[in-house]
Design a protein. Structure first.
Length: 225
């Protein structure tokens, strides 16, 4: 068997640690012990240490005095700011995509939304988040502005580093979201005007911000460890 080179070992450790942070296995504040991770992954400490530095650059890990490397706490203000910017970009990208979105792809969006409804019933919120990302990505496939799409994906990554895929408890908002998807699918199918689609897609994302602020005023956080 061919041995992994140091870069591959570093990326292996990086992918494992990153996935555990994003799916909530390592919750905010969790202490990363290099020797423990290295032993578990059958690696030396060097690639694990380099992977942690990479995760630090991603904003997923920070160093604290006396504690060492820990999973970065969730910044609620950054979450709202990032989601608000994403709403504007996604609204425009969805409207641009609508200009070239093929009728035969409507069925794919419907299937994805049905799968999201199933994930919601099973309380599988990680799966729900993955399907939601795929749903919107399928629409953006027909957006001709690649610079916009690149920035959307970079913002998605930033959002992941803030809120984690498994850290949102969102059954109420999730149910509303799939209903809004049904409306968006209908708008694409019926080739509604550009401005109407842009406004609806933007509000679809902003509804999460409104939901978050509403819950916060009630003293309930949508984030959990």
């Amino acid at each position: 068997m061919k041995k992994q080179n140091p870069v591959n070992k570093q990326q292996y450790a990086y992918q494992i640690l990153r996935s555990r942070i994003l799916d909530g296995t390592y919750s905010p504040g969790y202490r990363i012990v290099i020797s423990q991770i290295a032993k578990e992954l059958s690696l030396s400490a060097i690639p694990v240490r380099e992977a942690i530095r990479q995760l630090e650059a991603d904003g997923l890990i920070e160093y604290k005095q006396y504690s060492g490397a820990v999973v970065t706490p969730i910044d609620e203000q950054k979450y709202v700011e990032t989601l608000s910017v994403l709403a504007v970009m996604e609204g425009y990208a969805t409207a641009l995509s609508s200009l070239a979105f093929p009728f035969e792809r409507i069925a794919k969006l419907q299937d994805l939304n049905e799968a999201m409804k199933k994930a919601l019933k099973e309380f599988d919120f990680v799966r729900f988040g993955q399907l939601n990302r795929t749903f919107h990505d399928q629409i953006y496939e027909y957006c001709q502005n690649q610079y916009l799409i690149e920035n959307i994906r970079q913002t998605w990554s930033r959002l992941d580093s803030i809120r984690r895929m498994g850290s949102l408890f969102i059954p109420v908002r999730a149910k509303q979201s799939v209903q809004e998807h049904d409306q968006l699918i209908s708008m694409l199918k019926n080739q509604r005007p550009f401005d109407e689609i842009e406004r609806f897609a933007r509000e679809h994302k902003m509804n999460m911000v409104k939901f978050f602020n509403h819950m916060k005023k009630q003293g309930t956080s949508i984030f959990h460890s």
